[in-house]
Design a binder for this molecule. Structure first.
Ligand code: ADP
Ligand code: MG
Length: 253
């Protein structure tokens, strides 16, 4: 059982403060959703946790099982068990998914240790079977010419192979048709379990019809301003975000 604690986190891009005191604890086995209007700092939060160098943490803490990860580079954080699924995954022409995942696996091993190729392929194929992904898929170049759904499938397969403790999924649903949305949801639901914590960042409640969260948080202007269960997502869908802003204005007055 692991926990990821985000404590009073402040993140800046250049001089601009974006995340302004965000506190959240996720335990393995839990799915938390963060919803909020565009520009509120959701992507900034996930990239800062993953260790993106452009995002400066000005104060606060991120603890994985009690130990700070803030001094670690992105690859160390990945090895420690943090996985970030991008809102817009990059294309890597000329590198097949199979080789890419193999390199990622190799990179996580101790120096001098060699990945056993047959064991690797066995594991890859078992994950692909689990996720109902066609074998031909892994010979294609990473994300090159992929549809939205195929890119998501590639991210989900990476996640399955890396077996993170915590997966941060940033608007994995943006621009997806209903079939692609199902791919993401089925993938996450298949991997959901006592060893995985998930932070789902989403603008729309639609994804949450398929991946039912344990907790829902509303992020606004760099902070979590409201938390609840899955019914909060439905309320947001019905009423939009304006009522949150009004509630905040009223409580500040
Ligand atoms: P969200 O994901 O909630 O839509 P973001 O975290 O992407 O919000 O953005 C929050 C704010 O940070 C926005 O005002 C955005 O313009 C700004 N921002 C995000 N990325 C950068 C960047 N690389 N350089 C400068 N400003 C950025
Ligand atoms: Mg975003």
């Amino acid at each position: 059982m692991s926990q990821l604690e985000i404590k009073d986190l402040h993140v800046s891009i250049g001089e601009k403060a974006i995340v302004k005191g965000l506190t959240l604890t996720i335990h393995s086995g839990e799915v938390h959703a963060i919803m909020g209007p565009n520009g509120t700092g959701k992507s900034t939060l996930s990239k800062a946790i993953a260790g993106h160098p452009d995002y400066t943490i000005t104060s606060g803490e991120v603890l994985l099982d009690g130990a700070s990860i803030l001094g670690q580079e992105a690859d160390e954080r990945a090895r420690a068990g943090i996985f970030l699924a991008f809102q817009y995954p990059s294309e890597i022409p000329g590198v097949s998914i199979a080789n890419f995942l193999r390199a990622a696996q190799q990179a996580r091993m101790a120096e001098g240790e060699e990945l056993d190729a047959s064991a690797y392929y066995k594991r890859l194929y078992s994950k692909m079977d689990l996720l109902k992904i066609d074998r031909k898929f892994t010979s294609r170049s990473v994300n090159e010419g992929f549809s939205g759904g195929e890119k998501k499938r590639c991210e989900i397969l990476q996640m399955a192979m890396l077996e993170p403790k915590f997966a941060l999924m940033d608007e994995t649903d943006s621009g997806l048709d209903i079939d692609a949305l199902r791919i993401v949801a089925d993938g996450v639901n298949t991997m959901r379990g006592p060893n995985l914590g998930v932070l789902l960042i989403t603008h729309y409640q639609r994804l949450l019809d398929y991946i039912v969260p344990d907790h829902v948080h509303v992020m606004y202007d760099g902070r979590i301003v409201k938390s609840g269960d899955k019914s909060l997502a439905l309320e947001l869908e019905a009423k939009g975000y304006d009522w949150i802003k009004k509630e905040l204005a009223a409580s500040a007055a």
